[in-house]
Design a protein around this ligand. Structure first.
Ligand SMILES: O=C(O)c1ccccc1NCC(=O)[C@H](O)[C@H](O)COP(=O)(O)O
Length: 275
């Protein structure tokens, strides 16, 4: 069984519990958080979605004792455009409480990075303060993907639709996803290769947009395995609007320097108002 399959087996158990016990309510809610669809395209520097990641299947423990609110405040002060919070408990040692603590501490868009396969998980993420949820194309059928996407959008949530190969990119484009994450990490082997983004990103512009050639291109996010300025420059050339970075930020001894390395200039052609 691949790690993704193992995670999904656990998710089925969690979903059964949520349906029996109900979702956990939180006393928020902050409104008027800007969407990354509005803020990312106009940015001249690479947009960073900075992740709070206590542990992972590929790395084991990363920083089990991190204070999510403090970490998020540091990310925000250094110019992160959004924060990703791994909320899965079994494999990543996170929780919905982590998400909520970050929601209370900052006003950036928050990505609930979990393994969504049932609408009740979307209800739970929204209640804890998420603005964006993750839908992994490899985790469900096209019909299920469409249902989950429609459900999340109806709840005023953005959706990061994650792909790792050409057929998954085709599914995301067919769905009409407006934010697509290209995951450089193979969830079966854990192998990380930035050429995944370089190969898949051009598919977005090549796609036939039928009778509406001016329709907006999806926002592209390069995900996983990003460690250095050189890595980000490669992804900038592939014309992504943003990058999702976990381990490198969580293990950084000097977040300010690490952020400077990540915020490289983006391609001029991809920035509407850039001169
Ligand atoms: O990180 C893992 O080991 C992992 C394994 C199985 C499924 C998902 C996994 N990671 C989730 C993520 O999407 C990453 O945390 C995110 O893209 C950031 O990656 P990185 O910068 O390499 O920490």
């Amino acid at each position: 069984m691949s790690i993704l399959e193992k995670i999904l087996v656990e998710k089925e158990k969690e979903i059964a519990q949520l349906k029996t016990n109900g979702i956990k309510e939180f006393p928020l809610i902050k409104h008027n958080i800007p969407s990354i669809k509005q803020t990312f395209p106009s940015s001249v520097a690479m947009n960073v979605i900075a992740e709070i990641k206590r542990a992972s299947p590929s790395k084991g423990a990363i920083d089990l004792d991190v204070n999510p609110a403090e970490q998020a405040k540091n990310y925000a002060a250094l110019g992160a455009g959004a924060i990703s919070i791994l909320t899965d408990r079994t494999f990543f040692k996170g929780s919905m409480d982590d998400l909520y603590e970050v929601r209370e501490a900052c006003n950036l868009p928050l990505l609930c990075k979990d393994f969504f396969i049932d609408p009740i998980q979307i209800d739970q993420a929204k209640a804890a303060g998420a603005n964006i949820i993750l839908l992994i194309v490899a985790a469900m059928s096209e019909d299920q993907l469409k249902q989950m996407y429609t459900y999340a959008k109806g709840f005023d949530l953005d959706v990061l639709c994650e792909v790792h190969n050409e057929s998954e990119m085709e599914s995301a484009l067919k769905l009409g996803a407006d934010i697509i994450g290209i995951n450089n990490r193979n969830l079966k082997t854990f192998n990380v290769n930035l050429s995944v983004t370089e190969t898949l990103a051009p598919m977005v512009k090549k796609r036939d947009r039928g009778s509406d050639p001016l329709s907006q291109l999806p926002l592209l996010i390069g995900e996983s395995g990003i460690k250095s300025r050189v890595d980000v420059e490669r992804l900038a050339k592939a014309d992504v609007s943003g990058i999702l970075v976990g381990e490198t930020l969580m293990l950084s001894d000097d977040l300010q320097v690490t952020f400077q390395h990540l915020q490289v200039p983006r391609m001029k052609g991809s920035i509407p108002n850039a001169r």
